[in-house]
Design a protein around this ligand. Structure first.
Ligand SMILES: [Zn+2]
Length: 326
């Protein structure tokens, strides 16, 4: 607490923030403790009602708190964060100096990804990873709850109860999204060795598509993917922001300047290939990525004027050469 207070005073002097205000106990979202400040003791090997996690108790600020430990502690505890969410549920996060590594078997595959609205990710092999719009799914329930909340008497128990029910919907949405992100990140790390992404331009995307971008939370997903890649010894790489990916034909590298956002499919004017906008962009990202990191050459395979996959000519042992991958 004192550390945070001194930080606020420092910011007041240096970046001209306002004077730190008094905060009620209820307003505090959480606290941070250093590893040496806390004590940890095992209570029992099993939770009540025979659930799997062992029970521990922790001494914070002179009080003992009981909790179920979900993961084994392997390193030394460096920091303990206590967090209280809008529902009043408390979470204890223990940070240890140990990084888990679970290497996945080598697949020798690289993949480029384009991000979209209708499909969350589009791979250069043409696979579409759909995105459930969780905010949109829960929007109706949320609107209903918010309307009910507006009719409640201020400061009443009923108002507090309806506030909690709204918070519960928000929490559910966030939990669903995080779950989907983790699962997708792990699945991608199992499938590919090297993953190429375009540099995110979230501000520009928000201007184009609005609220839906926040619902997808690309930035959060990217962070999780990077974390999983580190754990599973995979590479997540960004290609140059300024390389043209959407407007460029992936077969003959001809640029189509007239392409608009509404064109989902287009035909290249010089080589007459029918292109899927998103897959074309993903292939371009893969091509650019593989070339700029000196891994080899990627060529799209065309059958009946349509791209059916890519062939990879690898010049680096990290990648496997393939004649066709569909
Ligand atoms: Zn072309």
């Amino acid at each position: 607490m004192l550390k945070r207070l001194s930080q606020s005073f420092r910011e007041m002097r240096t970046i001209k923030r306002g004077h730190p205000q008094f905060k009620k106990c209820k307003k505090h979202k959480g606290m941070t403790f250093q590893g040496e400040q806390i004590k940890l003791k095992k209570v029992s090997d099993i939770q009540k009602h025979h659930r799997n996690h062992p029970m521990y108790k922790i001494r914070l600020n002179g009080h003992w708190y009981r909790f179920a430990l979900h993961r084994e502690i392997r390193g030394e505890i460096k920091q303990v964060q206590v967090h209280r969410d809008a529902l009043g549920d408390m979470y204890i996060t223990l940070t240890e100096d140990y990084s888990e590594v679970i290497p996945e078997p080598k697949t020798g595959k690289a993949e480029g990804f384009d991000m979209g609205i209708k499909d969350f990710l589009i791979g250069s092999d043409g696979y579409r990873y759909i995105a459930p719009m969780f905010y949109k799914q829960n929007a109706k329930a949320l609107a209903k709850g918010q309307k009910a909340h507006s009719h409640k008497v201020k400061g009443s128990h009923n108002q507090e109860r309806s506030r909690k029910s709204i918070a519960r919907i928000h929490k559910k949405t966030a939990n669903q999204r995080t779950d989907h992100h983790w699962k997708l990140a792990i699945a991608l790390c199992r499938k590919f060795d090297i993953l190429f992404f375009e540099d995110l331009n979230l501000e520009g995307m928000k201007r184009l598509w609005g609220k839906q971008v926040s619902d997808l939370a690309f930035g959060e997903f990217y962070q999780k993917l990077k974390w999983q890649a580190k754990k599973r010894i995979r590479s997540v790489l960004k290609v140059d922001k300024w390389s043209p990916t959407t407007k460029c034909c992936s077969v003959c590298e001809d640029k189509s300047e007239t392409l608009t956002l509404a064109d989902r499919y287009w035909t290249c004017s010089s080589c007459r290939t029918d292109l899927d906008r998103d897959q074309n962009a993903a292939i371009n990202i893969l091509k650019e990525g593989v070339a700029s990191f000196g891994l080899g050459v990627v060529r799209p395979i065309i059958l009946d004027n349509e791209i059916i996959g890519c062939s990879v000519e690898a010049s680096n042992p990290l990648l496997n050469s393939t004649s066709a991958s569909v």
